[in-house]
Design a protein around this ligand. Structure first.
Ligand SMILES: NC(=O)c1ccc[n+]([C@@H]2O[C@H](COP(=O)([O-])OP(=O)(O)OC[C@H]3O[C@@H](n4cnc5c(N)ncnc54)[C@H](OP(=O)(O)O)[C@@H]3O)[C@@H](O)[C@H]2O)c1
Length: 314
């Protein structure tokens, strides 16, 4: 159990999940948080990371920074994805061990599971089949992170845990239309279409694939829960526990953004896997489940999206 004055390093606190972790820890009364912006600490730089850990000696570490960018990044710069992500996580995991942090939480991703994994995806499915080729570089880096945590636990008796989140969304998401994930991309598209009084919004694919989405503040709450209660090397899934079709998702976003035109599904565009859902029975057995339903989470995300746009216009 972390003390309220424990020294906690949140790496990647300017990202969506890192920012939610800071909010969650502050709300829970933790008062000794360490954060460093990208410009203050370049996490790919081994000597900078070493110096930081030796100087600060954090007791707990949340490892959230990542180089990402959706399908586009995976297909256009896989070399950068694998190089940068391996460097960031390797530096942090290694020097966290050197200064004997009490516990570290590494963030995996559901893309570490095989492409044709049985659904819902159980933790045991890791490394039982081929990966989805379009995100292989990113997934291999994540799998290396999981395996590195396990190896350090074995050899150095560290307490490094790995969490596998489903798709996470919320305030501070990336709303760039070229690199965003499905929820922020659709929010922006519907919002823009409403402002421009368009009659329709075109959505890629048939709308039938099913996906799972978890609100970021719930995910941060799960990370804090695991930091206090989970001490095993085996990965653990964190999800909402239910999926929705892309069509249901799009209709909910249409409702939340108050767009009153039509939805057109472009069936000529690829659909991807028909299903993707995590098995969260391990997490549920520990006593945790998500609180925020999709509509409520989307409303909070849209409210923040509009605030950011207003602020950027000032
Ligand atoms: N979001 C999801 O749905 C999801 C799902 C599964 C797993 N995850 C995992 O959860 C973690 C956090 O994801 P997120 O969605 O919060 O990502 P995010 O919003 O992209 O945040 C990542 C942060 O890391 C920073 N960063 C990147 N390279 C860095 C470097 N070399 N040195 C210092 N900082 C650096 C980024 O800074 P810049 O913005 O300036 O580049 C950004 O602030 C990641 O490990 C990700 O793989 C996320």
């Amino acid at each position: 159990m972390m003390n309220k004055d424990a020294k906690i390093f949140i790496a990647g606190h300017e990202g969506m999940i890192g920012a939610a972790l800071v909010r969650c820890l502050k709300t829970a009364g933790f008062n000794n948080l360490i954060t460093k912006s990208f410009s203050q600490l370049e996490l790919t730089n081994q000597s900078e990371v070493r110096k930081f850990f030796l100087q600060e000696e954090p007791e707990y570490v949340f490892l959230a920074p990542v180089k990402e960018g959706g399908i586009l990044a995976n297909t256009t710069y896989p070399a950068e994805l694998i190089y940068v992500n391996l460097q960031i996580q390797t530096n942090i995991i290694h020097f966290a061990s050197e200064v004997k942090v009490k516990k570290l939480l590494f963030l995996g991703s559901s893309c570490i599971y095989p492409k044709f994994c049985l659904q819902p995806m159980k933790e045991e499915a890791l490394l039982t089949g081929l990966l989805e080729p379009t995100n292989e570089a990113y997934a291999i880096a994540k799998i290396a992170g999981v395996k590195m945590c396990q190896a350090y636990n074995k050899q150095y008796n560290t307490n490094f845990i790995s969490v596998v989140p489903t798709n996470v969304y919320g305030p501070n998401d990336n709303f760039d239309l070229k690199t965003s994930h499905v929820i922020p991309g659709l929010i922006r598209k519907f919002h823009q279409s409403k402002i421009e009084r368009k009659k329709e919004v075109i959505i890629w694919g048939s709308g039938t694939p099913r996906r799972e989405f978890l609100f970021v503040d719930d995910f941060a709450d799960a990370c804090l829960f695991l930091m206090n209660k989970y001490d095993q090397s085996e990965i653990i899934n964190v999800g909402y526990g239910k999926d929705v079709s892309i069509k249901e998702l799009a209709l909910t976003i249409k409702n939340v953004t108050e767009f009153d035109g039509e939805l057109i599904f472009d069936g000529n565009k690829p659909d991807g896997m028909p299903y993707k859902l995590l098995d969260i029975s391990k997490m549920n057995k520990l006593g945790w489940s998500a609180k925020t339903d999709l509509k409520k989470g989307l409303k909070k995300t849209y409210t923040r999206f509009k605030e950011i746009r207003r602020e950027s216009k000032k």
